[in-house]
Write a protein that binds this ligand. Structure first.
Ligand code: MLT
Length: 397
């Protein structure tokens, strides 16, 4: 009889955001007609910007015109988008060749798919609290997972410790869920560690466009030595509102080799076998993000989310609650009041003020006692949620 992948037995019953959606749905079924203020999953509320919409329309027209119609797209991405992304890196001082950029249907899909490149006996290191898909994708693959705990004492930004034996290293900066951002010096420690050990860093840069403090690195490839030890995964979901449109990209330098094998060449082999590329229409829409007009428009949207962050931070300041994040990332990470557990606080917010957030425990055991708010809601909802939150927190003290 065929044996299933028994590693699924080691997973939690359901994925964090699915579980929250189920709990929220059950609440709405019990309280029909209730308005909820959703600040849980990091899903955008603003529509795609006009430059993208125009490019999407034009691409739809192309697909209806015999002379401009496109069939299969190149599996690793259309040259026009790969060149636009390489140009975006170039404008920030990071030199890439366009064929080092792989177009994907989104960072979360890619983070799982990339595991095909690595031996299942290798150990994956997750800095916790962490985006839960890093752990779950490796559990599914039966890979050994090492957890490096982060906390307030190290600003949620741990660096390699003596005796650490990691092969595959997940780094996310700006961090989901804490909003913390690695400095150049800290990233250099990880890059040096990975090069010395022969490990590979999977650098999740999905939130780079939210960095506002000058001098903080947006890409691992700003760090000397990263081209021989890192893969960068990025997404247009949060920067340009593509959560429902789906588009991302991955950078694999040609120098990146392990055991004499080029990870770049292996990924070309993987993509040409397992995908037929991302739709022409979506890639055209994505290319508009990298035009001067597109950049200006997406940054205007990002400012709206940053104002939301400020509204929430003001409420937490007024309540005297400890938090971090919100400045260089679209997430605020707060301490639950009165030593409450994070799921307990989730239930209290849902039932008493109809605000949905994400319990810290969902990001790993050391997230317990913390709670995450996404700042991607509408300004109207965020304002109401912040007022309700402040009133609830004041009522507890
Ligand atoms: C989050 O809320 O952590 C993210 O939106 C989830 C994701 O990007 O898949």
């Amino acid at each position: 009889m065929l044996k299933p992948n028994i590693h699924y037995r080691d997973l939690k019953d359901s994925y964090l955001f699915y579980h929250i959606a189920q709990k929220t749905k059950a609440y709405l079924e019990e309280h029909p007609g209730t308005r909820l203020y959703r600040m849980g999953i990091g899903d955008v509320s603003l529509p795609l910007c006009p430059a993208v919409i125009q490019a999407l329309h034009e691409a739809v027209e192309d697909q209806g015109a015999k002379e401009r119609f496109h069939g299969y797209m190149p599996e690793c991405g259309a040259d026009f988008l790969r060149e636009a992304i390489a140009g975006y890196y170039g404008s920030r001082g990071v030199a890439l060749s366009a064929d080092e950029v792989f177009v994907s249907s989104g960072a979360s899909d890619e983070l799982g798919d990339l595991l095909d490149l690595f031996d299942r006996q290798s150990a994956a290191l997750v800095l916790e609290p962490a985006y839960p898909a890093y752990v779950d994708a490796n559990v599914m693959a039966g890979r050994r997972i090492l957890h490096l705990a982060a906390g307030r004492e190290n600003g949620f930004l741990p660096v390699p410790e003596e005796g650490l034996e990691a092969d595959l290293i997940y780094l996310c900066s700006p961090n989901n869920p804490t909003g913390a951002v690695f400095t150049r010096e800290m990233l250099r420690k990880w890059v040096d560690y990975a090069n010395q050990r022969g490990a590979v860093i999977l650098f999740d840069a999905a939130y780079e466009a939210f960095i506002q403090e000058p001098g903080l690195p947006h890409s691992i490839f700003e760090i000397p030595g990263a081209r021989t030890c890192a893969i960068e995964i990025c997404s247009l979901s949060k920067t340009a509102g593509f959560t429902g449109t789906r588009l991302g990209y991955t950078v694999i330098p040609k120098e990146l080799e392990r055991d004499g094998m080029s990870l770049h060449a292996m990924w070309v082999r993987n993509r040409t076998t397992k995908t037929n590329g991302v739709s022409y229409i979506i890639q055209k829409g994505g290319t508009a993000v990298f035009t001067p007009e597109g950049q200006e428009q997406i940054h205007r949207n990002i400012q709206v989310y940053k104002k939301n962050a400020q509204v929430l931070m003001d409420a937490l300041d007024a309540a005297g609650v400890w938090y971090c994040g919100g400045k260089n990332a679209p997430y605020i990470w707060m301490q639950c009041p009165d030593g409450m557990g994070s799921w307990e606080f989730f239930d209290e917010l849902l039932h008493k003020i109809q605000v949905v957030g994400t319990p810290g425990e969902g990001f790993g055991a050391c997230g317990e006692g913390y709670f995450r708010f996404s700042t991607f809601g509408s300004p109207e909802d965020t304002k109401i949620a912040a007022e309700r939150l402040l009133e609830l927190l004041r009522g507890r003290s």
